[in-house]
Design a binder for this molecule. Structure first.
Ligand code: C5P
Length: 223
């Protein structure tokens, strides 16, 4: 039996992280935050500018562990970088590195290894188009750029990080453009994705929609 996968793709701030984690928790499935891997790659590349990015990323000394509170922690070369990768700078570095085919290739096997029983919820930009093209359920989440900037602003503020709303809006728009226009694995909905616009919609409503689509899609959830 193939292990079921739900892919949740879309631009930054569309609610992918919150929604994917909630869906994974409710189903008792694994969760892949592929953006975190690109952020870690960005950090590693900034620390070792002399090493070719593809080479560097294929030999990352990365440990992914779940802490006592059930939170995923990322350790790079033994150092916990879970908070450091969440800054806007790390997002920007990730987006620049993510345009390189050799980096995307180097991260492919690692992403596939997250597909473990009883199932996987995979969050990113190319989960449904490139990494898990055979996923049973593909979701593409969007929201207006203004709303996504507001959400990012709140997220960063909740974590005690700074940044102005106007600067975030500019960052998000620039990153969207780069992600959508790159030659390899550009940000776009898979042909068979269900598109959900989350502008002005409560997160819980979207979680409910995804869970009900999952129940309709996967026989294992009906038993
Ligand atoms: O989702 P998050 O903001 O953490 O992703 C950071 C960056 O990593 C994105 O802007 C995008 O350029 C890149 N990324 C990607 N493919 C993915 C996930 C993230 O190119 N599957």
């Amino acid at each position: 039996m193939t292990i079921p996968v739900i892919t949740i793709d879309g631009p930054g701030g569309a609610g992918k992280g919150t929604i994917s984690q909630a869906v994974a928790t409710r189903l008792g499935w694994h969760y892949l935050d592929s953006g975190a891997l690109y952020r870690i790659a960005g950090l590693a590349a900034a620390r070792a500018p002399d090493i070719a990015p593809g080479e560097l990323v294929s030999s990352l000394d990365l440990d992914i562990v779940i802490d006592d509170e059930g939170q995923v922690r990322y350790r790079l070369g033994g150092e916990d970088v879970s908070e450091q990768i969440r800054t806007e700078e790390a997002g920007e570095a990730a987006s620049r590195l993510a345009a390189l085919p050799e980096v995307r290739m180097a991260l492919t096997g690692l992403q596939h290894r997250f597909r473990r029983a009883p199932g996987l919820v995979a969050d990113g930009r190319d989960m449904g188009t490139v990494i898990f093209p055979d996923a049973g359920l593909k979701i593409y989440l969007t929201a207006s750029a203004a709303e996504r900037a507001r959400r990012r602003y709140k997220q960063l503020k909740d974590k005690g990080m700074g940044g102005s709303l106007a600067a975030l809006f500019a960052d998000i728009s620039r990153r969207d453009q780069r992600d959508a226009q790159r030659k390899v694995s550009p940000l776009r909905p898979a042909d068979d994705a269900v598109c959900i616009d989350t502008t002005g919609v409560a997160i819980d409503t979207v979680i409910g929609q995804v869970l009900s689509l999952a129940a309709q899609t996967f026989a294992s959830l009906k038993e």
